[in-house]
Design a protein around this ligand. Structure first.
Ligand code: AKG
Ligand code: MN
Length: 208
């Protein structure tokens, strides 16, 4: 399934629903105009304290295939795959984006995870954002800037349910909500075609 064949409806606040069983997805292909997205991409690339973190995978410590940064309100901590992220503070650009994303999705967010995919070889393996501190049905708002990458979703138990692919282009916003994290996993695969850097921001509400 590609963007062309997705069922889109209910255009409210620029976000359109994508129908999928056992989950709730909303998508705005052009949440930011190309000019605004260019400006935000450059300031986030330059102003973020990017880190190359190791995580525990099957008992071994492995460098992640991407750079990351974690920004959160004071007192908010986040751990996953055996690491605890050291939070940085909100820059003017990130505060501005948080406000816009929160207004469009109707949700509060007290943190954002930033991922920098340096080129086509950087990736993110299959996972759900289902850590206990995100609560039962978390809303995760995902903003993409830079090179277009394909976001894949696969159902955890319905074998006949095809893997979905959504191209996340420069300036797009994807909201995952409802029971999506309970029933689906998502991933960003490596690509063979040469591509430039991409920054992805996932806004989250952490319950301490
Ligand atoms: O880069 C993306 O689009 C996905 C990022 C993601 O799944 C995450 O940060 O948990
Ligand atoms: Mn995720």
């Amino acid at each position: 399934m590609t963007n062309d064949s997705l069922t889109l409806f209910d255009q409210a606040g620029g976000l359109e629903s994508i129908l999928l069983p056992d989950g709730e997805l909303k998508f705005a292909a052009r949440f930011y105009s190309p000019a605004d997205a260019d400006r935000l991409f450059q300031s986030l690339l330059d102003e973020t304290g990017w880190r190359h973190e190791s995580i525990h995978v099957w008992g071994k410590l492995r460098l992640q295939p991407r750079l990351t940064a974690w920004i959160a309100d004071p007192g908010v901590a986040y751990s996953y795959s055996g690491i605890t992220m050291q939070p940085g503070s909100w820059t003017p650009a990130l505060s501005q984006i948080r406000q816009a994303v929160s207004a469009a999705t109707g949700r509060p967010y007290n943190s954002v995870l930033l991922n920098l995919y340096r080129d086509q070889q950087d990736s993110m393996g299959w996972h759900s954002d289902d850590e206990a501190e995100l609560g039962r049905n978390p809303a995760i708002a995902s903003l993409s800037l830079g090179a277009t990458r394909t976001f894949k979703l696969k159902h955890k138990t319905l074998a006949e349910q095809k893997t979905l692919s959504i191209d996340l282009q420069h300036g797009s916003l994807l909201l995952m909500a409802g029971s999506t994290q309970h029933h689906w996993q998502h991933a960003i695969a490596k690509q063979t075609r040469l591509i430039g850097p991409r920054i992805n921001l996932t806004f989250r509400q952490i319950y301490c």
